[in-house]
Design a protein around this ligand. Structure first.
Ligand SMILES: Cc1ncc(COP(=O)(O)O)c(C=O)c1O
Length: 292
């Protein structure tokens, strides 16, 4: 029952279903003027959202954090997502949802009286990471984390992330790994994991990183496979001695990082190649998707 209008993706904007090119918001939208909004990205496999409840919980948390009254209850968001999935063509999709503080005369303070938030949702075909990419792995470069102190909010104000990603691209790497005061935070659009002596290590869940939905998921998968997990502050130098490095995000799923600043990650036969802990986690992740 997909009703792609003129072969374009069908999107949702403030109660209407439209072809993407017809979805328009005012230039006074606070998302446009101030980056005053939050977003979610969730993967859909075979038309089934993956880890929906975790995304809904994080959505609620982001709205609360920036003091936007939730425009919908959880069941309504779920229905909206379901509708969006059915109205679009691909079986594998990723959904993008953005909620901003709405349209108002430009003023830094919140609109008073309150205005309705702008709600926009779209779906894109999801090309899962290819076998070639999974086998080849990803190159990353180290960068200072120059973002604000509320990276735990999934805010649309992403200038710090955008500039970090572009610096990485300028240096020939698809992702940046960021450090604040000498400690690992995260990637420009991913969480970063270190493997050492058979254990997974991840930075603390605090205001300095976004708690990815795959952050909790990897912990679960590691537990199921008897891989110890250590959540702690990780010094920048430790990454140069890692056995493996991994990155996770909704669209990259889980990928091995094979070079850090052009040096191979790991030692021995796995140097510069995906390692055994990656292989285990990857397999477990795929099994979850297959079981959907
Ligand atoms: C800064 C940042 N950290 C972490 C993540 C991973 O989060 P998730 O696993 O929910 O995609 C993302 C996702 O885009 C991100 O932008």
């Amino acid at each position: 029952m997909n009703d792609n209008i003129r072969g374009e993706p069908t999107v949702y904007l403030n109660g209407d279903w439209l072809p993407l090119s017809e979805a328009k918001v005012s230039v006074l939208d606070r998302g446009f003027i101030f980056g005053d909004g939050i977003y979610e990205v969730l993967p859909v496999y075979q038309r089934k959202p993956f880890r929906l409840q975790s995304h809904l919980t994080r959505l609620q948390r982001s709205l609360t954090a920036i003091r936007i009254r939730p425009p919908m209850a959880e069941a309504q968001w779920a229905e909206l997502f379901d509708n969006l999935i059915q109205r679009n063509e691909s079986d594998d999709q990723f959904l993008y949802l953005q909620v901003t503080r709405g349209v108002a005369k430009r003023d830094h303070g919140f609109p008073n009286p309150e205005v309705p938030p702008t709600v926009f949702a779209m779906s894109s075909p999801f090309q899962r990471p290819s076998a070639t990419l999974r086998n080849a792995g990803v190159a990353v470069v180290s960068l200072p984390d120059e973002r604000w102190l509320h990276c735990d909010i999934k805010s649309t104000s992403l200038l710090g992330n955008v500039l970090a990603r572009q610096s990485a691209i300028d240096r020939g790497a698809p992702e940046a790994v960021m450090f604040r005061d000498g400690f690992l935070t995260e990637g420009s659009a991913s969480n970063i994991w270190m493997v050492r002596d058979g254990a997974l290590h991840a930075p603390l869940k605090n205001h300095l990183i976004l708690e990815g939905i795959r952050y909790g998921l990897l912990q679960e998968l590691a537990e199921q496979h008897q891989i110890p997990v250590h959540i702690r502050r990780i010094r920048q130098q430790e990454l140069t001695q890692a056995d493996e490095l991994l990155m996770t995000s909704a669209t990259k799923e889980v990928l091995p990082i094979v070079t850090l600043d052009q040096r191979p990650v790991g030692r021995g036969p796995h140097a510069g190649k995906p390692g055994p802990i990656y292989a285990k986690i990857r397999q477990a992740y795929d099994q979850l998707i297959d079981a959907l």
